[in-house]
Ligand binder design. Structure first.
Ligand code: TYM
Length: 336
């Protein structure tokens, strides 16, 4: 069966970009694939802003709760916390030794996040994509459902796996499976509502342009109604000329399952006010069941912790043999 792996950082509250770019596919892929989903806390400690340890612990359990609320099914899929397995960090070291400094330096996300930090930028932030490669390759993932911003990281994981196989494994018996990224049809890159030329991001300066998965309906409506559009008044999909309207069309498309062109034709001529009202309503309806389930699950954090402990055991059963094989292939002497 096709194996799927994906992860998300507990570095802030989940937003519409996370949901539409990744989580919607996470949930649907469970139907016919073998899925492994992860709260990547080791990635979250690389972020430039100093993190508060207690907040990180809270966010880790909250994000796992969010994943369950959106529809990750622990009966069918594995859900776990990255740091519960030492295998991810250990495999990262092996991959560090087959990854070029230049490959990491040119990663767009590293360039963005390290900007202004000079020489004090952490080695962890630099090495981040190698840890991500370990996440994916340890599980022999064929497919990685992510937003468009992760494309380069998945390509790097593929390159690292290919290089490792080429150097250390027979051609007919590779150690690692080479993954490919899976993006949603619409909303693979959800943009900030206040500045539709930048992606919606947990690290944005203002929350006005971000819709959080757990935002109340009134807040959602307010944020969408005040989304930046343009002065032309027509409704069509053109990311260059009309980034704000195009972003709202993609959000509406993802929320309703209808095509962007069809929606544009329906709403053109009706004015931005009515269009935004329709987008707000669709988003509120889409989020309603997830918000209700979140409230139920948050009442029972013990149950979420139990699911994560079970998930870690099941994840280890896949990751540990992969790591053992990689250590053997690279020439490390077995302990016994
Ligand atoms: P993270 O935690 O930033 O985001 C989680 C997922 O949400 C997607 N996403 C978006 N999609 C569309 N529009 C947006 N504005 C938007 N913002 C975020 C991301 O593409 C991602 O799919 N490096 C990863 C986490 C990671 C990972 C992995 C992912 C670590 N190991 C292994 C896949 C496989 C990250 O920072 O995602």
């Amino acid at each position: 069966m096709t194996r799927v792996f994906s992860g998300m950082q507990p570095s802030g509250d989940a937003h519409l970009g996370n949901l539409l770019g990744a989580w919607v596919n996470w949930v649907s892929m469970q139907e016919d694939r073998d899925c492994v989903y992860c709260v990547v806390d080791l990635h979250a400690i690389t972020s430039p802003a100093e993190h508060d340890p207690a907040t990180l612990r809270d966010r880790t359990i909250e994000l796992a709760t969010g994943m369950l609320a959106v529809g990750v099914d622990p009966e069918r899929s594995i859900l776990f916390v990255q740091s519960h397995l030492h295998e991810h960090a250990e495999c990262t070291w092996l991959f560090n030794c087959v990854t070029g400094f230049g490959e990491l330096r040119k990663m767009p996300q590293f360039k963005e996040k390290s900007a202004g930090q000079g020489e004090s930028v952490s080695v962890g932030l630099f090495d981040y994509p190698v840890l991500q490669a370990a996440d994916i390759l340890l599980y022999h993932a064929d497919e990685v459902p992510v937003g468009e911003d992760q494309r380069h990281h998945i390509e790097l994981a593929r390159d690292i796996g290919q290089r490792f196989n080429h150097r250390f494994a027979p051609a007919d018996d590779p150690v690692f499976t080479l993954p490919k990224a899976i993006h949603p049809r619409a909303a693979a890159r959800v943009m900030d509502l206040q500045d539709p030329t930048v992606k919606m991001s947990k690290s944005a300066a203002s929350e006005k342009g971000i819709i959080y998965v757990l935002d109340e309906p009134k807040r959602i409506e307010k944020k969408i109604k005040s989304a930046v559009t343009d002065s032309a008044g027509d409704i069509r999909h053109d990311r260059e000329a009309k980034p704000g309207v195009s972003n709202l069309l993609e959000i509406l498309s993802a929320a309703t399952g209808r095509g962007v062109e069809e929606l544009a034709a329906d709403h053109d001529g009706g004015g931005y006010g009515a269009f935004k009202g329709a987008v707000a309503e669709a988003v509120i309806e889409m989020l309603r069941p997830t918000q209700a389930r979140y409230a139920e699950l948050a009442d029972d954090p013990g149950e979420v912790a139990r699911i994560l402990a079970d998930g870690a055991d099941r994840a280890r059963a896949v990751a540990a043999p992969t790591l053992a094989r990689a250590k053997d292939a690279i020439g490390l002497l077995p302990a016994r």
